[in-house]
Structure formats: structure tokens, C-alpha cells
Design a protein around this ligand. Structure first.
Ligand code: FA5
Length: 349
């Protein structure tokens, strides 16, 4: 056995010398020291020797194993050193890792936060409401009875559900204004709320129209609220969002649930009011509809219009974002094009 061990050692060492690379060295290791390697098998057979030979053979066998393992480590180090000197790329653990791709906030979310922050700083609370709405809240309670021509401005999608009278009274809300009624039904003045949310309209899409878009509604009701409060609040909002130099313009507009009704515009921040493509040459950019809450709307929720007055406004969130960031097509917001969305990474939140 001792001879066989010595003979195996000599053969193994000679073969190891011949191994020229890491792969050859690994084959060598398997051939001699692996589970089915020559040395392993020989060592296993020692157990079958007569007891008087077994002890010496065991010690010699272990010595051969240790020697081969030591020689293997030495050979491994030598091969690595040789690879380094021949220019094989070394393992550089100082290289920076690959950064994982992190998501960013959607431009709608970014704008929603900016708008809400501006109004909460002015004392408004943020509330939300249902997107599937009753005809009553979307139209009727807002002073838009059935067959009122104003309904034509807000064509929408109706739910299949029918009531006992055979009517379909549920719809996807066309604006956030129904929340004016829901808030006033539940709370008593003083009220100061902003209501962001999705709206739906059955209309053809183009560069400035989507069938699903966001609005932010505002409502303030209290004793003694006047048109001056409306103007002051919205003026301050415009300055906070668009910069301290902004001028604002109010012009008459019609919405059945306010009286008087106005549209609010800011002077064009691209041309400073002299007229350009962004403002269609007018020098002004319309940003929202607003007005004093109609007395009939107040009466419907049980408020005495002789005691309480209020103002309301509603703005299109994507349209404001388009102005703010120079986006020329509203359809970009929801077409999931990463080239568009990635541009908002890191925009102030
Ligand atoms: C309204 O929806 C009123 N509820 C606003 C209001 C509230 C007036 C409170 C008075 C008091 P209007 O239909 O004009 O009004 O829509 C308001 C804003 O929503 C528009 O100025 C526009 O910015 C945005 N908007 C309307 N339709 C679309 C659309 N299809 N796609 C994208 N934005 C739209």
C-alpha cells in the first residue's frame, strides 16, 4: 500500500505540473482528490487492510493527501499570478456596481402635489370623492336640471344600472364640482377645501383634450366671503405656482352653479404678455373656471344664502402641467412612453 501511495503521489505531482490553466487544474483536482478521485478511492481501501498494516498506511495516506492539497494551492496561486502578468483582466472590486433603475413620480402626481401644497399653505384642506357619481350630484344639485342646455358641455359615460323609473342615474363624473355638494352636505361653514380627482368626458381626444383627465376643485364657504376673497386667493395661488411676477385677469364666464362666473387667466410667462405661440398671441393663458357659489346651490344643501356666501373654482391639472413644463400634447401624459416620463425624474416634489 505504501508503494502504491508513493507511486500515486509521483504521478499526481507530474500531472499537476503539466496543468497549464485553471480548467486543467480543476480536472486534475477531480481526478485525484474528488469524490471519485484516485487518492480518495485508494484511501477508502485502507479500511480493508489487515490491522497490522492499516495504521502505517493510514498515516502515509493522510500525508499524501495533505501534500497534494498544499501543492494544489501553490499551483493555483502560480497560475493566477501568471494570468495577471499576461494581462488577463483582474477582478477589480473597486468598480462601482450597476445602479438599479429607480422609478420617479408621474408628472400628474408632481403637479397635483404642487397645487395641493399651494392651497394647503392658504388654509385649505384636501379631500377626495367618488369617480362614479349620481346624476344628482354631477348635474341636478349643481343647478343643471335635466334638459338644461349646459349638460351638452359635459357629455359623459353612463352606468348600465337603471332605477325604478327606468332612468340611468349613475355616471362617471365630468368634473370635480359634485364634491362641492357632498362636502357642504356633510360639513357646516367655515369650509375651505380643495378636491383633486379624475374626471371623464365623452369627447374626441386631441392635443388639449383627453377623455380621462384630472381636475382640482376648490370651495370656500363662510359668512362674508366676497368676490375679493376669490380674486385674492386665486391670485396668490397663481403667484405661488407660476412665480411672483404673474398678473391675473378675470373675465365673465358662465357656469350654472356660480353667479357671477368667471374665467381666470394669467399673463403668459413665455412672452411676458406680448403674445406668442403658447398664448395664441393674446398674451394671456386661461387656467380655470370660478365664481361665487350660486344661492340656489347653497339653499339646496340647507345653507341660508343671506348668511353664507362662498366661492368655488375648478382647474384642469394636466393643462396647468402643460403650461408649467412646456408640454405640447396632453395625450403624452397617459400613453406610457418612458422617454416622456423619464424627463420628470428628480423634478421638485
Ligand atoms: C368645469 O368643469 C367646472 N366644473 C369648473 C368650475 C368649478 C367652474 C367651480 C366654476 C366653479 P370646464 O368644463 O371649463 O369647467 O373644465 C375646467 C377645466 O378642466 C378646463 O379649464 C380644462 O383645463 C380642464 N378640462 C376640461 N375638459 C378637459 C379635457 N377633455 N381634457 C383635459 N382637460 C380638460
Amino acid at each position: 500500500m505504501l508503494e502504491r501511495l508513493e507511486e500515486l503521489r509521483a504521478r499526481a505531482i507530474a500531472e499537476m505540473e503539466a496543468a497549464g490553466d485553471k480548467a486543467a487544474l480543476e480536472s486534475w483536482r477531480l481526478a485525484y482528490l474528488g469524490r471519485k478521485g484516485a487518492l480518495t478511492i485508494l484511501l477508502r481501501s485502507i479500511g480493508a487492510l489487515p490491522p497490522e498494516e492499516r495504521r502505517a498506511a493510514g498515516a502515509a495516506g493522510n500525508q499524501v493527501k495533505t501534500d497534494l492539497e498544499t501543492a494544489l494551492e501553490r499551483k493555483r496561486a502560480a497560475l493566477e499570478a501568471a494570468a495577471r502578468s499576461t494581462g488577463e483582466p483582474p477582478l477589480d472590486i473597486t468598480l462601482p456596481g450597476r445602479a438599479p433603475t429607480l422609478g420617479g413620480l408621474h408628472p400628474t402626481t408632481l403637479m397635483l402635489r404642487q397645487i395641493c401644497r399651494a392651497f394647503t399653505a392658504l388654509g385649505f384642506q384636501v379631500v377626495e370623492g367618488p369617480e362614479v357619481e349620481w346624476d344628482y350630484y354631477n348635474f341636478e344639485a349643481l343647478n343643471i336640471p335635466k334638459d338644461h342646455p349646459a349638460r351638452d358641455m359635459w357629455s359623459t359615460f353612463w352606468m348600465d344600472f337603471q332605477n325604478k323609473a327606468g332612468e340611468r342615474p349613475m355616471l362617471l363624473r365630468t368634473h370635480t364640482s359634485p364634491m362641492q355638494i357632498r362636502v357642504m352636505e356633510r360639513a357646516r361653514p367655515p369650509i375651505r377645501v380643495v378636491i383633486p380627482g379624475r374626471c371623464y368626458r365623452y369627447e374626441a381626444t386631441d392635443a388639449t383634450h383627453e377623455s380621462i383627465f384630472f381636475q382640482v376643485e376648490g370651495l370656500a364657504v363662510d359668512q362674508g366671503i366676497t368676490m375679493a376673497d376669490l380674486k385674492g386667493t386665486l391670485y396668490e395661488f397663481a403667484r405661488r405656482l407660476f412665480g411672483p411676477e404673474r398678473r391675473v385677469r378675470f373675465r365673465c364666464d358662465y357656469f350654472p352653479f356660480v353667479e357671477p362666473g368667471v374665467e381666470m387667466a394669467i399673463d403668459c410667462f413665455a412672452c411676458g404678455g406680448s403674445g406668442c405661440r403658447l398664448c395664441s398671441g393674446s398674451g394671456w393663458i386661461e387656467i380655470m373656471g370660478a365664481g361665487m357659489v350660486h344661492p340656489k346651490v347653497l339653499e339646496r344643501v340647507g345653507y341660508d344664502p343671506q348668511v353664507y356666501t362662498g366661492f368655488a373654482f375648478g382647474l384642469g391639472l394636466e393643462r396647468i402641467a402643460m403650461l408649467q413644463w412646456g408640454i405640447n400634447d396632453i395625450r403624452l401624459f397617459y400613453s406610457n412612453d418612458l422617454r416622456f416620463l423619464k424627463q420628470f425624474k428628480g423634478v421638485g416634489q
